[in-house]
Design a binder for this molecule. Structure first.
Ligand SMILES: *Cc1c(COP(=O)(O)O)cnc(C)c1O
Length: 344
């Protein structure tokens, strides 16, 4: 059985968290002389709501989850860092990652002096769940999965996830930054059943709000409480909270973008497969395509000459000669495809 208390760092367990003025008095009306703020109303003179209650209510509505299961970070990147700091004792504990994958998991671990174990995807970019469970040791506190995966684009089957969730005492973090573009069910449905699951999503991709830095973590309230205990008190600023709430109120815009981008993904994928320089287009559940070409460096440079910028992933394990290409607007995609058509 998963025991959260066993994996929280001792110093975090003992910690008396910082108590802000907004923690000590939670009413919204009154004469506020408790936080040394400027009393003249600018719309921004007050500190933000530390637990983002109004925004969480809105997110609760669209995700169909209670607010107590929601944590918000200054981007998902902050959530990754907080998880490592809450659960991994530097030098003693480890995380497990599944390359090729998002770079921030190992960077955040290294900044915290936490060792990183690796278990590669197989050559079809499939998860090797049993092998992962063998690689994870008792001191492995977090397993990071990205689904749909950056840079390969594929989504992990929930049945595979369940093998991991059942087989480990670690928290399994499923980073769903790209789930909005997928037609398959994500991992949120598994939250009820698994106390060691944390799902991350973000407003940075499909919602078009990367500049605001708002990431979501969904997990059992006990895990959310640990993150709340160690987070910077005002980690999501007031402007970001407001603008995300407005975006949720205009959800049709989000839905229209997701539709446009997934339709374009299919078009771009189809055309790419017909081009002489393209060796393989990997199936994608995200807003990008991983494309194997004959010479990735050359294609990258030729595109760059025309100011079309893609990501060369050649140096990443299993991704030799692969470019990661984000899906743009129809006009942008046409320009990209036009250039690629003329390459030999
Ligand atoms: C883009 C991306 C994110 C988003 O991070 P934010 O900090 O929320 O902007 C998270 N995970 C992966 C795998 C990504 O590619």
């Amino acid at each position: 059985m998963f025991d959260l208390q066993k994996i929280i760092r001792e110093n975090v367990k003992k910690l008396t968290p910082y108590s802000s003025a907004r923690d000590e008095y939670q009413g919204t009306e009154g004469i506020f002389l408790d936080a040394n703020e400027n009393p003249f109303d600018t719309g921004l003179n007050r500190y933000p709501d530390p637990y983002q209650s109004a925004l969480k209510e809105k997110i609760s509505g669209i995700k169909n989850l209670p607010a107590a299961k929601i944590f918000l970070g200054n981007g998902s990147d902050e959530i990754i860092d907080l998880l490592i700091r809450a659960f991994c004792e530097p030098l003693l504990d480890s995380i497990l990652i599944v390359p090729p994958t998002y770079g921030m998991y190992s960077v955040a671990a290294s900044i915290n002096n936490v060792p990183v174990k690796q278990c590669l995807l197989d050559e079809n970019f499939g998860l090797q769940a049993q092998k992962m469970l063998k690689t994870a040791k008792e001191n492995t506190k977090l397993i990071f999965l990205c689904s749909p995966n950056n840079p390969t684009g594929g989504q992990v089957e929930n049945s595979q996830l369940e093998i991991l969730l059942q087989g480990t005492q670690a928290i399994v973090v499923v980073d769903e930054a790209y789930i909005d573009f997928s037609e398959k069910p994500g991992a949120l449905a598994l939250l009820e059943k698994y106390p060691n699951l944390l799902v991350m999503q973000t407003f940075s991709k499909a919602w078009g709000l990367a500049a605001l830095r708002v990431g979501m973590g969904f997990a059992a309230p006990e895990i959310v409480a640990v993150l709340n205990k160690i987070k910077p008190p005002y980690n999501v600023n007031t402007m970001s909270q407001r603008v995300v709430m407005q975006a949720i109120e205009k959800q049709e815009q989000y839905s229209a973008w997701v539709k446009a981008i997934t339709e374009q993904r299919k078009v771009v994928e189809q055309v790419l497969t017909t081009l002489p320089i393209v060796e393989k287009v990997y199936p994608s559940d995200a807003n990008f395509l991983l494309v194997k070409v004959k010479d990735a460096k050359e294609v990258y440079q030729k595109l760059a000459q025309d100011k079309i910028v893609v990501r060369d992933r050649s140096n990443v394990p299993l991704c030799k000669n692969c470019l990661r290409i984000s899906i743009g607007t129809m006009e942008q995609n046409l320009k990209l495809l036009e250039k690629l058509k003329n390459m030999k």
